[in-house]
Design a protein around this ligand. Structure first.
Ligand SMILES: C[S@@+](CC[C@H](N)C(=O)[O-])C[C@H]1O[C@@H](n2cnc3c(N)ncnc32)[C@H](O)[C@@H]1O
Length: 97
């Protein structure tokens, strides 16, 4: 349909398993369990280096082993410490134990 151009449709079975919630990255993550995938495109660009480090630490703690963090192509993690491994530009993965 013409009105759907440029939109993505989520597979209903997958959509049914998604819980939508707002989260301020400046606040501690609530008990959400671990994530297999975190999409953080063009968000850390607003933060200074210490804030980026705090956010990265909190997120990487919440990513399941083998899970991914995706940032934008224009962002870099230069100057940040992380146990996530770069698997390709802008895609990082938490090592499996
Ligand atoms: C440039 S937009 C990018 C939106 C989208 N990720 C994309 O790539 O099109 C930046 C987003 O960062 C969000 N953001 C900024 N500070 C935030 C914070 N402290 N916690 C959560 N989101 C934040 C803004 O609400 C905004 O949606």
């Amino acid at each position: 349909m013409r009105t759907q151009v440029g939109n993505l449709l989520i597979e209903p079975k997958l959509k049914a398993r998604v819980r939508w919630a707002q989260h301020n990255l400046m606040q501690p993550l609530r008990e959400t369990g671990t994530f297999d995938l975190v999409l953080l495109r063009n968000v850390p660009i607003y933060f200074d280096l210490p804030t980026k480090q705090r956010v990265l630490d909190a997120l990487s703690h919440s990513i399941a082993p083998g899970g991914y963090l995706v940032i934008s192509h224009v962002e870099s993690l230069q100057g940040l410490r992380t146990d996530l491994q770069l698997v390709r530009p802008s895609v990082l993965r938490k090592p499996r134990r």
